[in-house]
Design a protein around this ligand. Structure first.
Ligand SMILES: NC(=O)C1=CN([C@@H]2O[C@H](COP(=O)(O)OP(=O)(O)OC[C@H]3O[C@@H](n4cnc5c(N)ncnc54)[C@H](OP(=O)(O)O)[C@@H]3O)[C@@H](O)[C@H]2O)C=CC1
Ligand SMILES: CC(=O)[C@@H](O)[C@H](O)COP(=O)(O)O
Ligand SMILES: [Mn+2]
Length: 430
């Protein structure tokens, strides 16, 4: 067997020089960026990208104008604020959290010799949404987890900003609402995928016209339980579900990878982003996570995007789109033997992809219900209240009871989500 590990382990990205495109981006004034979910996996890697890009030429193509996070890691949020000198720092926490955050920022800025730095600290459930609409921003990176990211997603687009979207749940729940908000900006590049598969697809789609696209093929690592039967999945533990074979991510997306709900969400995400019908979107299991997805064209040609698993690449491309950031991540080492394998998904053990295709065909609020029920079930699994297969079973039960008729507006989505969460809790308690 080839040495797959050597090709896939993220090494330090190579040091390099800015391209003329990136210089032009910086010369036009750096892209002013809001990072939502800055203390999480996507958020911290986004700040790595900003820092590394600055090191390319001393100034850099990005400037952080606002940061937003929850309330769990105010120390890190304060540290990030002092490093980036963001004008606005948002926490979803309460008055006490905001006061503590302001104190942490004051202490750290004094220690860093920038005692005069006093950002506006905003807090509460609407804080990330306010940050997303910051008037000085050009681009918002949404790295929040869950459909709680929908309001910030809509706020960013409605403020006319570009949206680099990692928070796939907001596109799933908001669907046409998010697409309409993106279209209303008048910017064909308003909605930029950051999810690795969709970044790969966006890159491969540069290889032909929309009419020349035959199928989209999303790769899936298969997660920690690849090859298990449904019966074997009954005994798996939360700790095992959090042991992703190739990516280091937050707990929700990691658990979703284990159930294949992540791939299900991504199939619908691809349909919404690229307007390819669901029946022409496939999933293939590729355990090495080096080929991030593929576009098959009508002439039989397939274009794939390949790189060792490292989110800094799609994040950097998302921040600079349509330009590439030199040295964003290490490339494949083509001088060493490697093996890439592909195998079909087992729909009996992992029915989530089939389930979302049916929900996507029904449209309306069905996808929002799928996601909301899943979020509740994932928490129940980690609390030890249900076994692993019950996560997707719960989603199926709640979807089966949903009446999604009616126009799709924000109120309808929020009401459907509330219903789905309530109903999921009842099903989970059985
Ligand atoms: N991680 C990855 O490699 C990938 C992630 N994604 C997607 O990106 C999104 C983020 O994932 P990931 O970074 O792994 O998740 P994490 O759990 O690591 O991070 C989530 C971030 O969101 C913040 N947050 C939570 N609630 C709020 C709120 N109400 N307002 C503002 N911020 C909030 C958290 O802050 P706090 O810590 O204070 O709670 C944290 O900063 C998900 O949608 C995921 O599916 C997609 C592809 C790859
Ligand atoms: C890195 C990324 O984009 C994740 O969404 C990843 O795809 C998860 O891996 P799975 O292929 O196991 O879902
Ligand atoms: Mn992905």
């Amino acid at each position: 067997m080839g040495d797959t590990g050597a090709m896939t382990s993220p090494a330090a990205p190579p040091r390099t020089r800015p391209t003329p495109e990136l210089r032009a981006l910086a010369a036009a004034g750096p892209r002013r960026v809001v990072v939502l979910g800055s203390t999480g996996s996507i958020g911290t890697q986004a700040l790595d990208v900003v820092r590394a890009a600055r090191a390319l030429d001393g100034t850099g193509p990005f400037r952080v104008v606002a940061l937003a996070a929850g309330r769990r890691n105010l120390e890190l949020l304060a540290e990030q604020a002092v490093e980036t000198r963001a004008a606005v720092v948002a926490t979803s926490g309460d008055d006490g959290d905001a006061a503590r955050l302001a104190r942490l920022i004051a202490d750290r800025s004094a220690a860093a010799g920038v005692a005069g730095y006093r950002p506006e600290v905003v807090h509460g459930p609407g804080a990330a949404t306010a940050a997303a609409a910051h008037p000085d921003a050009d681009l918002v990176l949404n790295g929040i987890t869950g459909s709680i990211g929908l309001a910030p997603t809509l706020a960013a687009l409605r403020a006319g900003h570009k949206l680099a979207l990692a928070n796939k749940e907001s596109l799933i729940a908001g669907g046409a609402l998010v697409k309409e908000a993106a279209a209303a900006t008048g910017d064909p590049d308003a909605l930029i995928p950051v999810d690795s598969e969709h970044s790969a697809l966006a890159q491969a789609l540069r290889g032909g016209s929309a009419a020349e696209v035959d199928r989209l093929v999303l790769t899936a690592s298969g997660g920690p339980f690849r090859g298990r039967t449904r019966a074997q999945l009954e005994a798996v533990t939360p700790a095992e579900a959090l042991r992703h074979p190739t990516w280091d991510m937050g707990p929700m997306v990691t658990t979703n990878s284990a159930t294949m709900v992540n791939k299900a969400l991504e199939v619908l995400e691809a349909h919404l982003l690229f307007d390819v019908p669901l029946e022409r979107i496939d999933v293939v299991v590729h355990p090495q996570s080096v080929v991030h997805s593929m576009v098959q064209f009508v002439d039989g040609s397939t274009l794939a995007q390949a790189s060792p698993p490292d989110m800094r690449l799609p994040i950097a491309l998302g921040l600079a789109w349509p330009h590439r950031v030199p040295g964003a991540a290490a490339p494949c080492d083509w001088t060493r033997a490697a093996e890439w394998t592909f195998e079909p998904l087992d729909p009996q053990a992992f029915p989530a992809v089939d389930l979302i295709k049916a929900a996507g065909e029904r449209g309306g609020t069905f996808p929002a219900v799928f996601n909301a029920a899943n979020e509740e079930a994932v928490h129940a699994f980690h609390d030890g209240r249900i076994r692993f297969p019950a996560i997707v079973d719960t989603v199926a039960t709640v979807l089966g009871e949903h009446d999604g008729a009616g126009p799709l507006d924000l109120d309808a989505v929020l009401e459907a989500e509330r219903w789905a969460r309530r109903r999921a809790q009842e099903v989970l308690a059985r």
